[in-house]
Design a protein around this ligand. Sequence first.
Ligand code: SF4
Length: 448
Amino acid sequence: MIWLIDYNHYKKEIDSRLNKCKQDYFIVKSYKRFNIIGETAPVKTKTFSNGLLRLATILDANGICVRYMHYNMLEFALNNGEPLPETIAFSAVCPTVPLCAALAQRIKAVSPKTKVMIGGAHINVAAKETANRYPIFDKLVIGYEMDAAQQLTDKKLTVCPKPYVNYSLLPFSLADYAINTFTTMGCPFSCNYCVDGRAPHFFSSENGQLDEMVKLLPLRTLVHFFDSVLGYSRDGLKNVCKQIEATKHNFVLSCDMRADMIDLDAIYALESAGFVEIRLGMESSDSDLLKKNGRTLMYRKLMEKLELLYSKSKLYVTLYTITGLPGTTWEIQENTLKECDYLLSSGLVDEIKNSLYVPYPMEGVDYSTRGVTILNDNWEDYDRQSYPVYRTVELSSAELWEMYIKTAESINTSWLKSIGFSDFSEVPYNPTYYSEYIIPNYLKDEGE
Ligand code: SF4
């Protein structure tokens, strides 16, 4: 028996100013999305990892006894002295690796013969450092899919199952989860602040398994496609959209996309497939800063595409921005915030999400050559809501934090103004929709 432990998501206490920003953000988001997109099935916050579920699906199809568990289910088993299996394998992201190591210690203390392994996005880019820091793991699983499944079992596996993932292996019904799916892994671009460009390129399912989901999920469920670029290429996008349309779903679809893939054909394909939202990376309005960070898509090109979307589509457009990229100065950030204000007030974009740059450990990357000094090497703090773990040539970590909070506040204020209110308390939002941060459930939980 193999237990696969999903430790890709977690909750933690966050700074009170940041928490207030997140609550204000979700008040406007709830109001705005309800007004533009309308009612949806209730939004869920429980999540699962498609990559780990794929491993469970492969093992199960090859006759290996497997159990998919969330980390708190493992904690429950340990707290209650349940018998442990032959193998326990974690899937982790950078900030949860130390938490998995602590659980591995507990496993070994009560069941020394249980093999404990770890894999996931972080391990694929920082295996050596993980092995050095955490020798408690018997094996690091590197790679994806069949490769990873074979490393887990030390066996040659012959069945490569379809559909891509078997939702019945999840511990809860699919309808209990927030739905994120994908059609292709990897990104054809390589911005140097992002790990997606380092992931291998492979296909999972041409319609993101919507054909399965239509049997399992209520009407108007929110389904997000997290492909780095939906369909990976222009042709891929058209094909994926056709396949999605053919499922005759009645979901509310969103996807991540590169603005330079957008043209009239792409807009037509997306809308015909049932997409109501696209999310595009902007990061900053400063071309030199973007170039310095390996991004080839500049703000001027993004603007052209936003104007096309505005005039030719009904798509709800969300932009991603990053605060604290190496090379950022207050002046650059102030200019970016002026552009954000313009984009929201003109209606060219409907929402802007801001996140903090994190210098994730990656083999072969020496951050000092990018003007970044690492100040804190505790991986638990390597996330987008903890105090910055670095400083740059231009800014101290305290200044980066201040810039991050001020950016969040400024975007919230611009957004509030764009919907015609002057105070967040005036917004008549409907708490049933998009309320994940309004109900302050983001604080560290004690397990479900
Ligand atoms: S930021 Fe976007 S375009 Fe750049 S590598 Fe990451 S996913 Fe690809």
